[in-house]
Ligand binder design. Structure first.
Ligand SMILES: Nc1ncnc2c1ncn2[C@@H]1O[C@H](COP(=O)(O)OP(=O)(O)OP(=O)(O)O)[C@@H](O)[C@H]1O
Length: 579
């Protein structure tokens, strides 16, 4: 069910638990949640009861006088709140995400048992999604205030409807492919990703996107979800001081469509077709769990889009929590028993979480060696006073624009890489090259232009006066501290040309040129590109003959054998080197 939701989310506190160490293997954790009777008029005996915090008993459907007891990590009854479930079962997972690991929370259960209620909730009782996003945003703001880390959170939102992956943030994308990179990470190339800075912004995007989800009325649920939905939050945490580590974590929040017994849903026509697709993907999910539990080397992840997308969550590298939703009404007995059996075998699945952390970019390492210099520069700049600062102000501004563009380009490449869960080490090296390629233009030293005397800092080309931009958030980026002007011993000032606009155009042109070769080149021309041999050239040609031209850099990942890592180094070699 989807709710018309305006959630005022309180700031959930971020506690110490979030820094507990990980074990190398992590079992899938399972919570069971029983919803209340939906109509107060219902007086029948419930078919199941929560016995205590970890066990639930259900009527034996073969002989209703008997009961069967199951135990799980957590069991919640109708009196337990959304907050209890979130705090105990879900919130601890967020710490993994902030440490560069992946975590998944998914709601499973028969139709009409409260999966969407658990994941989304209502305005008065927000569910897992708003609470988790609120907490992650709160954590990122708190972390940013320390000035030691910057955290960037972005979201993507998709649904699997009748075996098609639909982008809920851009409904023009109706059938997206699912790919796996060399490291086993699952990707959806082309899926929209939006950066969110505040809860209000998230809520706006999420609510609008949720309205695109397929829902319909069935006899068992007035607003039944007809698709599986997956909200992905990508969290990039960047250290602002040496050693400048970067962590790439992902949180997947999944609201599965409910299994349906069509003798009771009254489905026919398109509803029946949807139901068939839902049931068969849930059956595939069950087969995956069976294969994992029996230790088979072959696990049938590819049998459905759902299992392919959840590959990482079941037997993969994520921490996983499954919330199994159940209904107390007796007519749900068979469905509830099946759901409990599935939950029971799911908790045996073991994942092996991985931490995704980038190494210290070279550029930052060099910068950190210059920290003392920076301090001196700042002092000097302050000493120069308003008049001199205004003289170089335009230059600083130009340089900053340039730096931001470089930074954004790097970030976009890094995004491409991190989608593939590849460590984006060394990308910053290109920015360093880029800086080195900036032209120096000699000027005559104006006597008080810099407010410093030539030659006082020693050797011929040694900078004696360096003005650095300061004070803006972007300045944490190392490029922000590059010198803009130096005065040498012979009295000539060299002003680093802050923006080489030709270079920027050249890069765009270079990218276009490479795309042209990819789209029109023959084998020989393709082989002239860096990182392309005979075999790759042929694969590129056969891909474009089948699918049409490449329009974006990422398109190359669709070519067989070209992982995100390969594609990244291809673009780095062919375009970035020339930046
Ligand atoms: N814990 C709960 N407390 C109060 N009401 C609940 C609870 N869980 C579910 N409900 C109510 O039960 C009904 C069905 O819930 P919901 O739509 O979330 O089920 P669902 O499992 O997502 O169904 P479907 O698979 O058909 O989409 C809704 O009216 C919802 O408000």
């Amino acid at each position: 069910m989807l709710y018309n939701l305006t959630i005022l989310i309180p700031l959930y506190c971020w506690n110490q638990d979030m820094d507990k160490p990980d074990s190398e293997r992590s079992k899938v954790k399972v919570a069971v949640r029983q919803r209340p009777f939906l109509h107060s008029s219902e007086r029948e005996e419930p078919c199941l009861r929560i016995l205590d915090k970890q066990s639930v008993s259900i009527m034996n459907y073969r002989d209703r006088r008997e009961s069967v007891v199951y135990s799980f990590d957590w069991c919640y009854g109708p009196d337990n709140s959304q907050q209890e479930l979130y705090e105990e079962a879900v919130k601890p997972e967020l710490s993994h995400v902030l440490r560069g690991q992946n975590a998944s929370v998914f709601a499973y259960g028969p139709t009409g048992t409260g999966k969407t209620y658990t994941m989304v909730g209502t305005s008065g009782n927000p569910g897992v999604i708003p609470r988790a996003v609120g907490d992650l945003l709160h954590a990122s703001q708190a972390t940013a205030q320390t000035k030691l880390w910057a955290v960037c959170i972005s979201i993507s939102y998709l649904e699997i409807y009748q075996e098609k992956v639909r982008d809920l943030l851009d409904t023009n994308k109706q059938d997206l492919p699912i790919r796996q990179d060399r490291n086993g990470a699952i990707l959806v190339p082309g899926l929209t990703e939006r950066v969110v800075d505040s809860y209000a912004q998230f809520e706006r995007i999420f609510m609008a996107a949720s309205r695109h989800r397929m829902t319909a009325s069935t006899q068992l649920n007035h607003t039944s979800s007809r698709s599986h939905s997956l909200l992905m939050l990508r969290v990039v945490k960047t250290e602002q001081v040496t050693p400048f580590r970067r962590f790439f974590g992902k949180l997947h929040l999944v609201d599965l469509a409910g299994s349906e017994d069509n003798r009771r849903t009254g489905n026919s026509g398109v509803r029946l077709k949807e139901s068939g697709s839902i049931n068969s993907s849930l059956f595939a999910l069950s087969k995956v769990v069976d294969a994992l539990n029996q230790g088979f080397t072959f696990v049938p992840y590819r049998e459905s889009k759902l299992t392919r997308l959840l590959q990482d969550s079941l037997g993969g590298s994520a921490h996983t929590v499954m919330v199994t939703n159940l209904a107390p009404e007796q007519h749900f007995l068979f469905d509830s028993t099946s759901a409990l059996n599935f939950a029971s075998k799911s908790k045996l699945v073991v994942n092996r979480p991985l931490t995704l952390q980038s190494q210290q970019p070279v550029m930052k390492r060099r910068l950190s060696n210059n920290d003392g210099e920076l301090g001196r520069n700042a002092t000097l700049a302050t000493a120069l006073g308003a008049e001199n600062t205004s003289l170089i102000g335009p230059l600083l501004k130009q340089q900053k624009t340039f730096q931001m563009e470089v930074w954004e380009r790097l970030e976009s490449i890094e995004r491409l890489v991190s989608h593939g869960n590849v460590q984006p080490v060394g990308l910053a090296r290109n920015a360093l090259k880029e800086r080195n390629q900036q032209q120096c233009q000699p000027l005559k030293c104006g006597s008080n232009l810099m407010g410093v005397q030539p030659g006082t800092a020693g050797g011929d080309s040694m900078p004696v006066g360096v003005i650095a931009p300061f004070g803006q958030p972007r300045d944490v980026h190392p490029n922000a501290f590059l010198p803009t002007a130096v005065c040498d011993s012979e009295g000539s000032v060299k002003v680093y040309e802050a923006v080489d606009s030709n270079a920027l155009h050249f890069n765009e042109k270079q990218k276009q040129l490479v795309l042209d070769i990819l789209n029109h080149g023959n084998v020989r021309q393709l082989k002239a590109l860096q990182k392309v041999g005979e075999k790759r050239a042929k694969l590129i040609i056969s891909w474009r003959e089948e699918h049409g031209p490449f329009t974006e850099m990422e398109d190359l990942t669709k070519v067989e054998g070209l992982t995100s890592k390969v594609v990244n180094s291809f673009w780095t070699a062919n375009v970035m080197c020339n930046m």
